[in-house]
Write a protein that binds this ligand. Structure first.
Ligand code: S3P
Length: 164
């Protein structure tokens, strides 16, 4: 099976990817982790040393490889900011699920740690702007939207399964 999860930082893409893949006895991959291994560098270091646009290029290249194989892909929140990547996913024909919640629900989850360069750089209000800027792009790209608030991963899995 093939499936792509998109959504803003803190929407639970990695957790749900693992869950869905386990249920369907399929493989799963987290794009950030894939890039970290490939580059042997943290996301913070990639942003600091190579810059955000280089990272967007890495995401595109990684996705181009990963969509060729079976499995669930958890993307990074910024893939919708790259037109080339948006096009790649839209052309792939793989079902895209948008994990969505309010800004504050995302903020509560991402402000707990400092592994995301944009959270550190933008802070609460700057990140909120980015959230509202990206929201229409997620909706536009998604075949299905799943709200994560007040739901357990199992409930989200059941919703996803119902759509497939
Ligand atoms: C980013 C999201 C992160 C990671 C990087 C940039 C973004 O992934 O790719 O920090 O621009 O939204 P998650 O959405 O998995 O946190």
């Amino acid at each position: 099976m093939q499936l792509i999860l998109i959504g803003f930082m803190g929407s639970g893409k990695t957790t749900i990817a693992r869950k869905v893949a386990h249920y369907f006895k399929s493989q799963w991959v987290d794009l950030d982790r894939y890039i970290i291994e490939e580059q042997q560098m943290s996301i913070n270091d990639i942003f600091a040393l190579k810059g955000q646009s280089a990272f967007r290029e890495m995401e595109f290249n990684a996705l181009q490889q990963l969509i060729k194989q079976d499995g669930v892909i958890a993307t990074g929140g910024g893939i919708v900011d790259n037109a080339q990547t948006r096009y790649l996913l839209q052309q792939s024909g793989i079902p895209v699920f948008y994990l969505n919640g309010t800004y504050e629900a995302h903020w509560r989850r991402v402000s707990r740690n400092d592994r995301r360069p944009l959270v550190n750089a933008l802070g609460h209000d700057g990140l909120r702007e980015l959230y509202y800027e990206r929201r229409p792009k997620y909706f536009h790209m998604a075949d299905y939207t799943i709200y994560f608030q007040h739901k357990t991963p199992n409930m989200m899995l059941a919703e996803i399964e119902k759509q497939l």
